[in-house]
Design a protein around this ligand. Structure first.
Ligand code: DQA
Length: 147
């Protein structure tokens, strides 16, 4: 089972970016953890990061065409990108799973983070558990698929 783990803007700066909010693990370390969890769960995971909205939209189209499930941390795009929402909707309406993840708990933060335009078209959301949010999301995909 193929899963694309897609990380949005500024997540390439993990480790140096507001470690009190996002922790000390770098994006490379998060990628390595995701690969380890994936192999335990029997999933074939590829992790990508982009600061570019159109690149993320293209990767969601690719997921639909390749029949890959998605773990998506839309980062700041969570709160305002209707383009990403419309692309995410194609994934779930295409019968694939899409789990929205966040390292932090946006509901415990600024008001503008309380709204996700992605959540309504996601299969489900995991937020607030640091890198473990990704482990929980992958585990949810594996168990939903009966793996
Ligand atoms: C985030 C939360 C977003 O509000 C923020 O813009 C991010 C990261 C998280 O993983 O906690 O960049 O998606």
């Amino acid at each position: 089972t193929r899963v694309l783990v897609l990380n949005g803007p500024n997540l390439g700066r993990l480790g140096v970016r507001e470690p009190e909010v996002y922790g000390s693990a770098t994006h490379a370390e998060l990628t390595a953890s995701a690969q380890a969890w994936a192999s335990e769960l029997g999933l074939d995971v590829e992790v990508r990061q982009s600061d570019d909205e159109s690149e993320l939209v293209g990767w969601l189209h690719e997921a639909v065409d390749a029949r890959a499930h998605v773990v998506l941390n839309p980062a700041a795009f969570t709160h305002y990108s209707y383009a990403l929402r419309d692309a995410a909707a194609q994934v779930t309406k295409g019968g694939l799973l899409l789990v929205e993840v966040h390292l932090s708990n946006p509901y415990a933060r600024e008001e503008f983070r309380h709204r996700s335009v992605i959540g309504g078209v996601a299969t489900g959301t995991v937020a607030g558990f640091g890198p473990d949010s990704y482990r929980l999301a992958l585990s949810a995909i594996a168990s939903r698929l009966g793996g």
